[in-house]
Design a protein around this ligand. Structure first.
Ligand code: MLT
Length: 263
């Protein structure tokens, strides 16, 4: 489906009825990482999974982007879908940076947050320099080079031998992004604010969920974020790397279901 926002058209999928759950994907990905959630959670909630601007089948705008802009797109999408009740906002990795920005800017619209495979801190100076290197790589060699460089870190180490179809799917999703979107996301992540202190001001319940074998963002980041939250639940998922929604969908969906029921 397509939603015309004030200055961009976003693609999204929707399934189910009940309390809305907004799913925000990471980088360099698309809403395809949430297929098992769109299918598996629809019995008890209304699941909405958009492609961020510049990702998947959504339109691109010229970079740079910011996490605030991506979060405001999500609020506009909710307006367009005429969702005025509070939603649970789930973000994976960069999607978690956007979910935190959404809560900062639109807290009255959030019933809770799900922070999946993400971190609260900003990029270090070295991290920012790596974003600039990735932007240069994308400009010189294209999105395929970004996909190649990210692929070895996206899944649990054991998955690369054991699950070739999943590896292929993840590669395909990453290689399908637009150059503007990849550069826009890299600039948004490079310049995002530090949300560490902000965590303690989040009054809504938060589920922090992370793959135990995440090679990109260590599970210690989830533990550190959880420790600062007034109302949190921590779930470390065995046998999952960074893309836990695809690697262990049943475990992920079970945690989300318990969290949503508890609200
Ligand atoms: C993501 O998976 O969304 C990003 O790789 C996270 C990051 O690079 O900080």
């Amino acid at each position: 489906m397509r939603a015309q926002l004030s200055n961009i058209v976003l693609a999204y999928d929707e399934s189910g009825h009940g309390r809305p759950l907004l799913l925000i994907h990471g980088y360099p990905l698309s809403r395809k990482i949430w297929r098992a959630q769109l299918e598996g959670l629809a019995g008890t909630m209304r699941v909405i999974a958009p492609d961020l601007r510049g990702s998947g089948e959504s339109e691109s705008s010229p970079p740079p982007y910011s996490v605030d802009q991506l979060a405001d797109d999500m609020a506009e999408l909710l307006d367009e879908l005429q969702i005025s009740e509070r939603v649970v906002v789930a973000g994976l990795s960069m999607g978690g940076y956007v979910a935190l920005a959404f809560y900062r800017r639109h807290s009255d619209r959030a019933a809770g947050l799900i922070l999946a495979a993400t971190r609260a801190g900003a990029d270090s100076e070295a991290g920012q320099a790596n974003r600039d290197k990735a932007i240069a790589l994308a400009r010189e060699k294209g999105v395929e080079a970004i996909a190649e460089s990210m692929l070895p870190k996206m899944l649990a180490p054991a998955a690369y031998q054991a699950r070739p179809a999943l590896v292929h799917e993840v590669h395909h999703i990453m290689a399908s992004g637009s150059l503007d979107g990849v550069i826009g996301d890299l600039s948004a992540m490079r310049d995002r604010p530090d949300s560490t202190e902000f965590l303690s001001s989040i009054t809504r319940p938060v589920l922090v969920i992370h793959g135990q074998d995440d090679q990109l963002i260590p599970p210690s980041e989830a533990e550190a974020a959880f420790a600062r939250l007034p109302q949190g639940r921590l779930a470390l998922v065995p046998g999952a790397g960074h893309l836990l929604t695809m690697e262990q969908p049943d475990a992920f969906n079970a945690e989300v279901t318990v969290f949503m029921e508890g609200l």
